[in-house]
Design a protein around this ligand. Sequence first.
Ligand SMILES: [Zn+2]
Length: 269
Amino acid sequence: MEAWRRQLDDPVSAFPIAKAGPAHIATLKTYDPPLSALEGRRLAGVRRRAKRLLFATEDGELVLLVHLMTAGRLKHLRAGEKGPKTPAFQLEFEGGSRLVLTEAGAKKRAGVWLLTPEAAGAELEHLGPEANELNAKRLGEILAADNRRLHSLLRDQRALAGIGRAWANEILHTAQLSPFALSSQLDEAEIARLAGAIDSELARGLFLRERGAGDKQVYRVHNRLGEPCHVCETPLARVDYEEHTVYYCPKCQTGGRTLKDRRLSRLLR
Ligand SMILES: [Zn+2]
């Protein structure tokens, strides 16, 4: 998300908006103020909050909030550059450049909200601190405040914002911690490792994404069942947990133990 933000920051603020829309009915989540309220205004650039991109108008009166979910893509097209036939959402700038939101697949999950700054603030209030801005002390407080399995806690945007399921896998592998370890039971060294892994993995992801790397190049653990661990060469394992599939190295992270699908073991007990 941070890589997207950096790419879009300059081009979207270069010209005022000439036309806002069209928007797919499932994508645009608000109707008041209307999209046309954006026309004639200039954006102040892009900010990011967790997985949301925020485009505030320069006059400070409106905020366009975009949540890409998993399949949404935002692209800036120069004047005359070919784009998708039916974008889920589009902003056209004076001079003819465009910001387009597309979404692969039939299901429209990505969302666009046009909000007042107050409403945007309320929308974002429940988010935890940004994961890439935490130190070990603050992370320790978050872990102690909410005793849960690490994979679940890392993904919870209310606890800390900006980590999805794939990065939770990458981070826990780098930190050499079990996805099922309980957050309040980490010792100081483990908390420091986790804080270091959050920083180094998110930075690594940003570095690669900015150079156009795809999932296969970025993820070393996520979605790599049976492939050798890049540290110890043990085949990577996976376990279903909550609604997610968790990938991990049984040697680096769980001391040789295989994690059990807890939903199933509960049923069989
Ligand atoms: Zn390993």
